[in-house]
Design a protein around this ligand. Structure first.
Ligand code: PBG
Length: 332
C-alpha cells in the first residue's frame, strides 16, 4: 500500500484533538449492541444481591418488570433471563425446565405484557433445573447427548410458547440446534430466533454465574469438560460455529469474551453471520473487584472492555454492564 513515511507521515496528527480523534474512530459502541442478562427468583418485591457479582441482583418478577422498563428507557433492545429455582424443584432430569408455569415462563409472560417491544432471550440447558448441576441428562455418569436433546427441544418449545423471542441453546450438545429448529418450525414458531452458544468453552470464568443460579456446586471431576470446549482450541471453535449455522442458528456466540477475542476475529473473518460475545460473570466480577478497590477507572475500564468486543468483530455483546454503560452512552 502506498504510504508516506516520516517525517511527511505523522500519525500523531490524527490524535491531537478530541474532534479529530472522534472523526477517525473506527469502532462505535451503542446501547443497541447490548443484551442484558438478568437473574430471576420466586417471591414478591425482592431484589437480592449476589455476593460474587457486585451490583447484580436476583429479581422477583414484579421487580424484574421494573428492570425491563429500565432497559426500554435506556434503548437496550434485549434482555436474557436466567432463573434461580428452589432446590426442591430440581431433579436428575431437570423436569421443571419444560413446565409451562415455571418461574422463567411466568417471568417471560410478565415482561412481555409490560414491555412488548423488549426482546427476550432465554437459555436452553438443564443446569438451573438438575440436582447435579449439569446441562444435560446423566446416564451411567455420562451426559447422554441424544437423550438430552429430547429434553432441550421440549424446553425450547415451552419457552417459545411463553413468548420468548430468542432461544439460546447453551448446553453444547451435538445436533441440538437442528433439533430445536425443527421442533420450533413444527409447532408454528418459524419466527422464533436461535442464538446458539456455538463456541462455549469449559471456563473458570462462569463461577459467579453458577453462584447466581445456584448450580454447579456439585460438579465434580471433569466438570463440564465433556461437552464444553477445551480453552486451548481455536480451529474447533470454527467447526462448532459452522455446525450450528448449518443447522439453522440465526446468530452465533463466543463465550467467554475477553479471553477469546482471537476466536471472535477468526469467526468474523470466516462467516458473515451475526456474531455475539458473552462477557461472562467472572469477567464482570474481575473488573468490578479491581474497580471497587480503586485500581481501575470505572467508566474507562468498562468502556474499553466492551469496545474490545466490537473491534474484534462482534455485532453485539451480552454484558452485565449493559445498563450502566447505556446510561453513560446516553449522556454523551
Ligand atoms: C448455563 C449457562 C452458563 C452461563 C450461561 N448459561 C454457565 C455454565 O455453562 O456453567 C454462564 C454465564 C456467565 O458466567 O455469566 N449453561
Amino acid at each position: 500500500m502506498p504510504s508516506a513515511s516520516y517525517p511527511a507521515l505523522r500519525l500523531r496528527r490524527l490524535r491531537q484533538k478530541a474532534g479529530i480523534r472522534d472523526m477517525v474512530q473506527e469502532t462505535q459502541i451503542s446501547p443497541s449492541d447490548f443484551i442484558w442478562p438478568l437473574f430471576v427468583i420466586d417471591g414478591e418485591n425482592i431484589f437480592e444481591p449476589i455476593s460474587s457479582m457486585p451490583d447484580v441482583f436476583r429479581y422477583t418478577i414484579d421487580k424484574l418488570v421494573e428492570q425491563a422498563e429500565r432497559a426500554i428507557s435506556l434503548n437496550i433492545p434485549a434482555i436474557a433471563l436466567f432463573p434461580k429455582i428452589d432446590e426442591n424443584l430440581k431433579d436428575a432430569d431437570g423436569t421443571e425446565a419444560s413446565n409451562p408455569n415455571s418461574l422463567i415462563c411466568r417471568a417471560v409472560r410478565a415482561v412481555k405484557a409490560a414491555t412488548p417491544d423488549l426482546i427476550i432471550m432465554c437459555d436452553v440447558a438443564l443446569d438451573p433445573y438438575t440436582d447435579h448441576g449439569h446441562d444435560g441428562i446423566l446416564s451411567d455418569g455420562v451426559i447422554a447427548n441424544d437423550e438430552t436433546i429430547t429434553h432441550l427441544t421440549a424446553q425450547a418449545l415451552t419457552l417459545a410458547k411463553a413468548g420468548c423471542d430468542i432461544i439460546g441453546p447453551s448446553d453444547m450438545m451435538d445436533g441440538r440446534v437442528g433439533a430445536i429448529r425443527a421442533a420450533l418450525d413444527g409447532a408454528g414458531f418459524e419466527d422464533v430466533l436461535i442464538m446458539s452458544y456455538a463456541a462455549k468453552y469449559a471456563s473458570a470464568f462462569y463461577g459467579p454465574f453458577r453462584d447466581a443460579v445456584g448450580a454447579g456446586k456439585k460438579l465434580g471431576g471433569d466438570g463440564k469438560k465433556t461437552y464444553q470446549m477445551n480453552p486451548a482450541n481455536s480451529d474447533e471453535a470454527l467447526r462448532e460455529i459452522e455446525m450450528d449455522l448449518a443447522e439453522g442458528a440465526d446468530m452465533v456466540m463466543v463465550k467467554p469474551g475477553m479471553p477469546y477475542l482471537d476466536i471472535i476475529r477468526r469467526a468474523k473473518d470466516r462467516y458473515n453471520a451475526p456474531l455475539f460475545a458473552y462477557q461472562v460473570s467472572g469477567e464482570y466480577s474481575m473488573l468490578m473487584a479491581a474497580i471497587d478497590n480503586g485500581w481501575l477507572d470505572r467508566h474507562a475500564a468498562m468502556f474499553e472492555s466492551l469496545m474490545s468486543f466490537k473491534r474484534a468483530g462482534c455485532d453485539g455483546i451480552l454484558t452485565y454492564l449493559a445498563p450502566e454503560m447505556a446510561e453513560i452512552l446516553q449522556k454523551r
